[in-house]
Design a protein around this ligand. Structure first.
Ligand SMILES: [Cu+2]
Length: 657
């Protein structure tokens, strides 16, 4: 998306006591690399001659030891630390592994043709090169504009065009003439630069004279209704302190849950070792949960729009673009607010304050209740849940990513899309104007002279489940309508058929209907009731791409062709669209992983779930997009012998007098 920070409209601000954890030394082998470790990795690479002062580092991240070692690690025992590095030196991409414990470079291998994620220095250089170009200056002068800024975008790959194989950025521009409008609300239509960030050359300037005289989009500023007087406050509070326990650098415990979290430049947040204490046993549920990729393709054929097929994690980084959270707006005042440290592009680090919040939320709903007609009273317990939240701002969009844990053993992953629709200008003021139908063929008129093109949002969650251990099996539960031929009362009912699914690959959409559901179980373990313990995937917002499989953007984002994939765990298979989705010409992610056709029955299984939505913009998206939530839930299924929340006893606020 457009990489430009946005001036947000009016938000209330309350002072808060934030609680920050600043890692100075790793306390757990899965902790993110610290600033000291990143500096050490760079020093070792330079000492070994694998890097120099001009080297840049699109990735410099923890390379965890084997999953087996991570699962077995106990607090207080020693551990080793290793960095995985992608670096660019003299325009060549290398992958390096640095042993930080032994203080040596293990390997540094050139990866010819690999295009790592976009870096700050090249983004700035491309922007500055374009705005200095005389073709750009002429286009701006022709429109009589003075206050103009440009924001380079990832370019996508369109085989056969003039830019194939080049490290290009495509650059739209905006005006800031109207101070009341948010930064990206006034696009200059028909103008785009194409810059080769390796050579520093402006390869092309599209300055379509035919649309130069379009009115600028309107509708922001003084014409908007102003907020009314504040209502009486309603809030989530924890007046006696929090029930959430933080330890180490980022180990989290709440109710029966325990897990480890770390910041990652690309994925945002990575959760590991997610366990539920059942009686005295800490039982494995998931080894790792994280967003593995996003894909946001726009559906407008104009050359200044058609390329907009963003892979926000792999091109920009959900961690790199993480936002500071606003207490009282983004998260309750009583949350833990955690500062996170990320590697920058030049071998250093930067800290994003309050980049993560963790809070317990009373939902206002009963966890369960039953009215007793004999006792004439309600028995019940109030529900609360723990939320781990971060937000990435990718140009016009903000994405809130939540992991929600309940005492009932569910984990819900939610993504809230907010911010602004990407917009373009049009000569049409309202839908009665001549040309309105043509102007809205690929989008909606959301305000006068303002079109928001249609687009998709896909989020791939990588779900490395370990149900009571690593060896798991995928099962499809199907509802089978059945006839009862000899019944004197009923003629039909349904039964459940469970089939083991043994080959890795995408799950056919034919099996993602309402009558089927997917469950991961451990065939080697038995519960008290002698079931194989399992978790089911409760799909709410699965999404698949409507694009043609041969369409160049779709060829880079094969994961969006199916909403569910299953693979056998393998180290390094982390990203749904591969390690190098920026400017990729082929998909080295899920389609390549499953081409190995490994068996997945009673193996270490990883599920990949594509959640998302087709966004047909509406006037109600204007002037700011109300947060639009989508989610998926992991729900225990035959995992426990009873509701595991019976021991959960939430405290209650006194009733008002
Ligand atoms: Cu959208």
């Amino acid at each position: 998306m457009f990489r430009q920070f946005i001036s947000i409209l009016i938000f209330l601000f309350w002072a808060t006591a934030s609680q920050a954890v600043e890692p100075v030394a790793p306390l757990h082998p899965l902790d993110a690399l610290t600033a000291d470790e990143i500096a050490l990795a760079v020093m070792l690479l330079k000492d070994a001659g694998a890097a120099d002062d001009g080297t840049v580092y699109p990735a410099l991240t923890l390379k965890p030891a084997s999953k087996e070692a991570m699962r077995a690690w106990k607090i207080g025992t020693p551990f080793t630390r290793t960095a995985f590095v992608i670096l660019r030196r003299n325009l060549v991409t290398y992958e390096a592994v640095v042993d930080l414990t032994a203080k040596k470079v293990v390997s540094a291998t050139p990866k010819t043709g690999a295009q790592p994620m976009i870096m700050d220095y090249e983004w700035i250089k491309a922007r500055d090169t374009f705005v200095a170009d005389k073709r750009f200056k002429a286009a701006i002068a022709k429109r009589g504009l003075k206050n103009v800024f440009c924001t380079p975008n990832s370019a996508g790959t369109f085989p056969g065009d003039a830019y194939e194989g080049k490290r290009i950025l495509k650059i739209p521009c905006f005006t800031s003439e109207d101070k009341a409008a948010p930064n990206l609300a006034r696009p200059i239509e028909g103008l785009m630069g194409i810059v080769d960030s390796d050579s520093g050359q402006v390869l092309d300037v599209i300055a379509n004279g035919g649309v130069d005289l379009l009115p600028m989009p309107t509708g922001y500023g003084a014409s908007l209704p102003q907020p009314g007087p504040p209502t009486k406050p309603v809030a989530i509070v924890a007046p006696q302190g929090t029930n959430i326990q933080l330890s180490g650098n980022l180990e989290i415990k709440w109710a029966n849950w325990s897990l480890h979290a770390r910041a990652d430049k690309r994925a945002g947040l990575i959760l590991n070792l997610v366990r539920f204490t059942d009686g005295t046993r800490a039982r494995d549920v998931a080894y790792q949960l994280n967003v593995s990729e996003m894909f946001v393709p726009y559906m407008d054929p104009d050359p200044t729009w058609a390329y907009r097929t963003f892979m926000d994690a792999g091109e920009f980084g959900l961690g790199y673009m993480i936002s500071t959270l606003q207490p009282g707006v983004d998260c309750p005042q009583d949350s833990y607010f955690i500062d996170l440290t990320f590697p920058n592009d030049i071998g250093g680090t930067y800290k994003r304050p309050k980049a993560l919040c963790i809070f317990e939320r009373a939902t206002g709903n009963p966890a369960w209740r039953h009215y007793s007609s004999s006792g004439k009273q309600v028995n019940g317990v109030a529900q609360s849940e723990m939320v781990i939240r971060h937000a990435a701002t990718l140009g016009n969009y903000d994405y809130l990513v939540d992991y929600v844990f309940t005492p009932q053993g569910t984990i819900t992953m939610r993504v809230g899309a907010t911010g602004f629709d990407a917009i373009k200008s049009t000569s049409v003021k309202n839908m009665d104007d001549q040309g309105a139908a043509e102007a809205t063929k690929y989008g909606s008129l959301i305000a006068p002279y303002t079109i928001a093109p249609n687009h998709d949002h896909y989020f791939s969650f990588r779900l490395d489940l370990d149900i009571d251990g690593t060896q798991n099996t995928l099962v499809r539960d199907s509802i089978i309508p059945s006839a009862i031929a000899d019944s004197k009362t009923r003629t039909s009912l349904w039964t459940v058929r469970s089939d083991r699914y043994s080959a890795e690959g995408p799950i056919s959409e034919d099996h993602m209907s309402a009558g089927e559901s997917w469950r991961v179980l451990n065939p080697n373990e038995k519960t008290g009731l002698k079931y194989n313990p399992g978790y089911m995937l409760e799909t709410h917002h699965q999404a698949t791409s409507a694009m043609d499989k041969a369409d160049p953007p779709q060829r880079r984002a094969g994961f969006t062709a199916y909403s569910l994939w299953a693979t056998r765990y393998a180290e390094g298979e982390d990203w749904a669209a591969g390690l190098y989705p920026n400017l990729s010409t082929k998909d080295e992610g899920l389609p390549a992983y499953v081409a190995q056709k490994r068996g997945i029955d009673n193996q270490d299984l990883v599920l990949w779930y594509t959640m998302g939505f087709r966004h047909v913009p509406r006037p109600e998206d204007f002037p700011i997009l109300p947060t639009f939530w989508h989610e998926v839930t992991l729900r225990p299924a035959f995992f426990f012998d009873r509701d595991p929340s019976m021991t959960f006893n939430p405290g209650m606020l006194p009733a008002p007098q």
